[in-house]
Design a protein around this ligand. Structure first.
Ligand code: ADP
Ligand code: MG
Length: 261
């Protein structure tokens, strides 16, 4: 039987020198879904993403990845770059595109891995590679901007480019930490429409505070509170829950302006 889960977070506990950031967290993420993690600041959302990509080691528990058509992979204990190679990408909150390179050059750089900026500028793409990049640029709605410097893009477009730079490596899962931060409503909505297209080829894990965005695109929502899973369900189920309303939604969600969040 094919496992419909692409990721299983099993009994994860993270203890930072006596401070428990996560306690026995269990979550299954289904393939080709958009799965949100929401919760107040300090709930442990970013820590959980750090656990999945092995930036942080759990005190207890493990994460299993079930790639399509390949044997399961235990992520816990792996090197971070190996996890990226196996097909799990991560986008951090601060954009890390090369502002002096064009959109296309940024994409080539990402496709070619760590070969360096000069190789990206002079690299001759094969027709298949070019087609693949164009396909991704179309998805992220930047095809008409491919020869523009990334530095000239709007904030939202830079975020989409960064997502595109992950997609070009054909990941099975991408993780986005607060992708709508700093975006206006129209840009946030468009990001949602872009993520819906991406979901056809990839599973998307998102940490975000903007509840309109969660409503627009979520398939599943896990609410974290003080390091524990408070509730999981569809967006409507979560919105209707009294406890969730009390600890989180009553405050209208939260976004920390702090760059470290
Ligand atoms: N490296 C660390 N050492 C000690 N405490 C940490 C560390 N990283 C995060 N924390 C703490 O763990 C809690 C959860 O943090 P975080 O996962 O960033 O929350 P969220 O992303 O939900 O706002 C916070 O109280 C934070 O201060
Ligand atoms: Mg965070």
């Amino acid at each position: 039987m094919v496992n419909e889960n692409v990721l299983e977070i099993k009994n994860i506990t993270v203890d930072f020198d006596g401070f428990c950031a996560l306690l026995r967290v269990n979550v299954n993420v289904k393939r080709h879904t958009i799965h949100f993690f929401i919760g107040p600041n300090g709930a442990g959302k970013t820590t959980l993403l750090d656990i999945i990509c092995a930036k942080t080691k759990p005190t207890d528990g493990l994460c299993m990845f079930y790639p399509e058509g390949r044997a399961p992979i235990k992520l816990t204990g792996m090197k971070e770059y190996k996890i990226v190679e196996e097909g799990i990408g991560r986008k951090f909150q601060v954009p890390s595109v090369f502002v002096n390179l064009t959109v296309m050059e940024n994409m080539i750089l990402s496709l070619k891995g760590n070969k360096g900026v000069w190789q990206a500028v002079f690299y001759k793409l094969s027709p298949e590679e070019e087609e693949h990049i164009n396909e991704v640029l179309k998805t992220i709605e930047l095809l008409d901007k491919k020869d523009e410097k990334a530095g000239a893009l709007a904030h939202g477009q830079k975020q989409w480019l960064e997502i595109g730079m992950q997609l070009v490596q054909r990941p099975e899962i991408i993780m986005l930490d607060e992708p709508a931060a700093g975006m206006g409503k129209p840009e946030t909505f468009k990001s949602g429409e872009i993520l819906k297209k991406i979901k056809e080829s990839c599973t998307i894990i998102v940490v975000e505070h903007d509840m309109d965005f969660v409503k627009q695109i979520s398939d599943r929502v896990t609410v974290l509170h003080e390091g524990k899973v408070l509730m999981e369900g569809t967006c409507n189920e979560v919105l209707a829950d009294e406890t969730v309303r009390a600890v989180y939604l009553g405050r209208g969600g939260e976004r920390n302006g702090n760059a470290e969040d």
